[in-house]
Design a protein around this ligand. Structure first.
Ligand code: V47
Ligand code: SF4
Length: 381
């Protein structure tokens, strides 16, 4: 006899209601079309509201990709450039400082800094990007460099990951963004980014950062050649490190954008549908029971799906953003920047209360003179 969708979901619903952890097999079931999206969303929303109430977090931030020239060739990347390509660029001090000054003038609390690994750039240049901004724009939190870059710096300097992180923290590094995770399972990772920092190095970097007291984010790139079992494996690995360190603040599922990159073109991949995006949001909220926040990155999802995601597990939609390249190079049609007024309106339209946070999830109070930071917002209230 065929089971109804409610019967299929019942054992998982019971666990979620009792606050019990879901298994790998539970995760696989949530991925299956047997489980209708609205019911999955309702369950994820239960956890979302238990952890974050009615809050819809955002921040005022900007991006800096100081070079797009990269020694690696990840097959999904539309952003990178070769050394002598016309689109290649390498920002020097004045351009970086200009970006910092613009961010401060716009009231930013955060600068999100990632980029290519330039063949000719020495470690000191990457360090200087951080120290220049720290010295000239001290109000900005510098969320910079993924394990891919940290691993590269360790190779350049012949030092350990710990040494690099300590040195960058001394220069002004505030936290690590979530990128470079892609898909951890070797069956997929070796096909999409075989040369850059591997899964072991990715985890070593975040574990070390957490041990040093730095907080970080985590991501997963979905909607290309991976299968559900690779995605659940990825989430379980993240959950395991979080059990050890509790250093991840937020998880961001990243929908693959297929334009202008080898992976999308060679496999004729279409961008994931909104239904897939919402399922990934909900599955993550249910599997990652020990990570406080799930981010619906509006630049990548589009505004409408990001609004819906706030009822499918997400509690954060990232920031105002400015100067985003990675998604726009790969075909994103979202605006380049959003005003605070618009971001607050879209959160309110989704039935949530907009709360401006800084990178470390402290409440930001705007004053005539700028802003002050409150206590860390505690999840679960
Ligand atoms: O690691 C690259 C992804 C990541 C494509 O920490 C692509 O708050 C889709 O990590 N289609 C970088 N994705 C972006 C990132 C991020 C974004 C927003 C917030 C935070 C945070 C982190 O972008 C890369 C890769 O997984 N990416 N190319 C593409 N064609
Ligand atoms: Fe380079 Fe990063 Fe693009 Fe990979 S994703 S090619 S490491 S810029």
């Amino acid at each position: 006899m065929l089971r109804t969708s409610s019967e299929v979901l019942k054992p998982i619903r019971d666990k979620v209601e009792a606050g019990e952890r879901l298994t790998f097999d539970d995760g696989l079931l949530l991925e299956s079309p047997e489980v209708p999206l609205p019911e999955l969303g309702e369950l994820a929303n239960l956890v979302r509201e238990r952890k974050n109430g009615n809050a819809g977090y955002y921040n005022i931030n900007t991006h800096l990709n100081a070079t797009n020239i990269c020694v690696y060739r990840c097959s999904f990347c539309a952003f990178r450039s070769d050394l002598r390509e016309a689109k290649g660029y390498w920002m020097q001090d004045d351009a970086i400082l200009e970006r910092g000054a613009e961010a401060v003038a716009n009231g930013c609390t955060e600068m999100h800094i990632v980029g290519g690994l330039h063949h000719q750039a020495k470690y000191d240049w990457y360090r200087k990007v951080i120290s220049l901004l720290r010295d000239n724009c001290p109000s900005l939190h510098l969320k910079a460099w993924t394990p891919v870059e940290i691993d590269w710096f360790a190779r350049l300097t012949k030092k350990s990951i710990r040494w690099v992180l300590e040195d960058l923290r001394e220069a002004g590094l505030g936290s690590l963004p979530g990128g470079g995770a892609e898909i951890f399972h070797p069956e997929i990772r070796r096909q999409i980014c075989e040369h850059k920092a591997d899964t072991r190095r990715w985890f070593e970097t975040h574990r070390t950062a957490h041990e040093l007291g730095l907080r970080s984010n985590c991501t997963m790139l979905y909607g290309h050649i991976e299968e559900p079992r690779h995605r659940i494996d990825h989430l379980v690995r993240l959950r395991e490190l979080q059990d050890e360190t509790n250093g991840f603040q937020t998880y961001i599922p990243l929908a693959f954008h297929p334009e202008n990159n080898k992976l999308g073109i060679e496999h004729n991949i279409k961008k994931p549908s909104a239904l897939m995006d919402l399922r990934q949001m909900a599955v993550a909220r249910l599997m990652l029971d020990n990570i406080d926040h799930i981010k619906a990155y509006w630049i990548m999802l589009g505004v409408g799906t990001a609004q819906l995601a706030l009822s499918y597990g997400a509690d954060d939609i990232d920031g105002t953003v400015r100067h985003e390249l990675i998604y726009h190079d790969a075909g994103a049609t979202t605006p380049e920047v959003m005003s605070v007024e618009d971001i607050e309106r879209l959160i309110r339209e989704a039935g949530r209360e907009p709360i401006e946070r800084d990178t470390l999830y402290r409440r930001v109070d705007r004053t005539a003179a700028g802003f002050t930071l409150g206590e860390k917002i505690t999840a679960g209230v």
